[in-house]
Design a binder for this molecule. Structure first.
Ligand code: SF4
Length: 289
């Protein structure tokens, strides 16, 4: 069964194939109840972060993905990047308008939130499938946004052309065989090409490892990839037992923060990276080169 976009709860659909959603940490930050690990790691103000996707489609079927894997928007043509930019900001405003009556909201932060200055292009789907992703990132940058783009690495040509401030390669697999098993496709060669492009990139680069207990929690598996990409940062992050992934994985696949910490310490020893920061509540450790 192919699902329609109207089944996505809490999302503002933008045009034909994009969406915006306020994340949990924006809500918490507005109420002074905490902030996202990206604020701690990279200085991103959670309440001014616009989380969006320009492509509500994906070419992988990851076992850990929290989206429904049969989601397919009914569109025939791609929207213009300028339109996506303008409409994504309006969508963020519509989402924020719901906070005016909420008790405990910091009014100054709510006012600032109407002027987002950070875009996290990572919400759902694979953003590089939008053919004008390079142009879209440029538009956000020219309007004063810092730009974080997360890719699954299957579209090396797009990765070559795009210049976000921070470029993430999000992976769970360590070779072609594990890629087939964990992501149900045969695109490892393309992901390896992306790794080589990232090694030469001007953007700040990050490898995000989504860690699953009993599946990929062995640091030695990822040493070759780290050596190949030499990213500025590694984010070692626990898989979260959320959304549709609960239909595919057991709850105890989710490692504890201390397991992520041990993984990271061992990865640091094996690669020469060092632990720079961590967030226990998000079960993530940041390593830097
Ligand atoms: S690449 Fe991302 S969006 Fe696509 S299936 Fe995997 S986790 Fe989900």
């Amino acid at each position: 069964m192919v699902r329609s976009l109207s089944e996505l709860k809490g999302y503002q659909i933008v045009g034909r194939h994009s969406a915006v959603k306020t994340c949990l940490w924006l809500k918490k930050s507005l109420k002074d109840e905490g902030y996202c690990y990206k604020q701690k790691f990279y200085g991103i103000a959670s309440h001014r972060c616009l989380q969006m996707s320009p492509a509500l489609i994906c070419n992988l079927s990851c076992i850990h993905c929290w989206r429904p894997l049969d989601l397919m928007p009914p569109f025939m043509e791609w929207d213009d990047p300028e339109f996506i930019f303008e409409e994504s900001v309006k969508a963020q405003h519509r989402l924020l308008s719901g906070f005016h009556g909420t008790e405990g909201v910091n009014r100054r932060k709510l006012e600032e939130a109407y002027r987002p200055n950070q875009v996290a292009i990572s919400l759902i789907g694979e953003p590089t499938l939008y053919p004008e992703i390079d142009e879209l990132v440029d538009i956000y940058r020219k309007r004063g946004f810092s730009t974080f783009l997360v890719t699954n690495g299957t579209n090396p040509d797009a990765v070559e052309n795009v210049e976000p401030q921070q470029l993430y390669l999000s992976i769970t697999a360590w070779n072609a065989e594990s890629h087939r098993k964990l992501q149900s496709r045969d695109q490892w060669e393309r992901i390896e090409r992306t790794m080589d492009i990232m090694a030469e990139k001007n953007s700040r680069t990050v490898i995000r490892l989504t860690l699953m207990r009993g599946i990929n929690l062995e640091p030695e598996r990822f040493v070759r990839i780290v050596d190949r990409v030499q990213p500025d940062f590694i984010e070692a992050k626990a898989y979260m037992h959320l959304g549709h992934s609960r239909l595919r994985l057991e709850r105890d696949t989710m490692p504890s923060h201390s397991q992520v910490r041990v993984f990271s310490e061992n990865l640091a020893k094996l690669t020469g990276y060092r632990i720079r920061s961590e967030s226990e509540i998000s079960r993530v450790v940041l390593l830097e080169r």
